[in-house]
Design a binder for this molecule. Structure first.
Ligand code: NAD
Ligand code: UD1
Length: 336
């Protein structure tokens, strides 16, 4: 069995990827410091994987953790999710973001070099394109000045990895992951008031929050609201398995390869609301508010490269994303 270290493997995308890895016959080894996840996620993973995945509670910044893990396992590749991801918080605490996201990556790479592990899948983001000159951007579109310290950490991460050809990297630029595993055993667990559209929407419909505010309906888009490429988190999880197979199969064209991971289809905020209502039969309470500072108008993925080279394609549509997000929300207990 091929053992794969999954940093941040109890988080939103990491936990779904652990399931996809297990389904594909890999053995995930999870490292997470629980800074933005709960240990109970392991129970859901046990249900879905059919066994309780190995879990190390530890920090990617701690070099000793790699000695401990590599002494007990033969790690063939790493999928690196562990990072902080709140854009607004990164503006308030930039050093914490640089320490965790850039410092953590450097510690990981040092640990990998020491242990002779040379295969990596890295979580990047479409945020590196900023407001693209042309929509949809392909992977060669220029990286724009970062709009937040969080965005800067993703750009720096990519640059560091380009500079280290001894580590073969699949750099995945995610668009907007939403939804949950269809079983509702695992999903997204945002702490406090969600900033992102879909967790706020589902919490609002569940009565946990007030009406959703649509941040602007005066953009130059068909219905005036912003457009994003929403992708089901299980499709995203499966893209990691494809990237891993490409790495381990020796099929990468170069030491550092980038792929856009999206559906190739843009949906506006108002279309998301409509899709939710159609998919669930629930009414979404919402008001139109002002634009949110820092929002880009529209972006969706050019998927030509991923279609041609990775052998992966997003399969789940917006209705499925909405159904699964709602099923997950319905079984959550409201925090006191
Ligand atoms: P998440 O916060 O749900 O998961 C991250 C996990 O990493 C958490 O379980 C957290 O406890 C853990 N972690 C954080 N710092 C750590 C550290 N120093 N040591 C060990 N564990 C640590 O986030 P997510 O949505 O699953 O995102 C995963 C990755 O994907 C991140 O790198 C994020 O920047 C990137 N990404 C996310 C999105 C998105 O919309 N969710 C979009 C683009 C890119
Ligand atoms: C944001 C981050 C991005 C990060 C991603 C996942 C910014 C500028 N970008 O992307 O870097 O990778 O989250 O964490 O913060 N919306 C509403 N009402 C709401 C919430 C959102 O109308 O209550 C709208 C937004 O204006 C946007 C769309 O929904 O048009 C999606 O927003 P969101 O889910 O926050 O994702 P992004 O802004 O695309």
């Amino acid at each position: 069995m091929t053992e794969v270290l999954v940093t941040g493997g109890l988080g939103f995308i990491g936990s779904h990827t652990v399931v996809s890895l297990a389904y594909a016959g890999f053995t995930p080894v999870i490292l997470d410091n629980l800074s933005n996840s709960r240990i109970s996620v392991l129970d859901g993973l046990e249900q879905l994987c059919g066994y309780r995945p190995v879990f190390y509670e530890g920090d990617v910044n701690n070099p000793e953790v790699y000695d401990r893990i590599c002494a007990a396992h033969t790690i063939q590749a790493v999928i690196h999710f562990a990072a902080f991801k709140a854009v607004g918080e990164s503006v308030e605490k930039p050093l914490a973001y640089y320490r965790n996201n850039v410092g953590g990556l450097i510690s990981l790479l040092e640990g990998m070099q020491k242990s002779g592990i040379s295969n990596l899948v890295f979580s990047s983001s479409c945020t590196v394109y900023g407001e693209p000159d042309h929509v949809p951007p392909d992977e060669s579109a220029p990286v724009k000045p970062a709009m937040s310290p969080y965005g800067a950490t993703k750009q720096m991460g990519e640059q560091i990895l380009r500079d280290i050809p001894s580590i073969r990297t699949q750099c995945l630029r995610y668009f907007n992951p939403i939804g949950a595993h269809e079983s509702a055993q695992i999903g997204e667990l945002p702490l406090g008031v969600p900033n992102n559209l879909v967790p706020y929407l589902t919490q609002s419909v569940a009565g946990w929050r007030g009406p959703l505010t649509v941040h602007g309906n005066d953009y130059p888009t068909p219905d005036g609201s912003c457009i994003r490429d929403y992708i089901h988190v299980m499709d995203l999880a499966e893209a990691h398995v494809a990237a891993l197979n490409r790495l381990l199969g020796g099929k990468s064209d170069s030491a550092f390869e980038v792929f856009n991971i999206g559906t190739g289809k843009g949906s506006s905020v108002l279309e998301v609301i409509q899709a939710f209502e159609e998919a669930t039969g629930e009414k979404v309470p919402f008001t139109i508010g002002p634009r949110r500072p820092g929002d880009i108008v529209q972006v969706w993925a050019d998927t030509q490269k991923v279609d041609n080279q990775l052998g992966w394609k997003a399969r789940r549509d917006l209705h499925t994303m909405m159904k699964d997000a709602w099923r997950w929300q319905q079984q959550l207990t409201r925090p006191s």
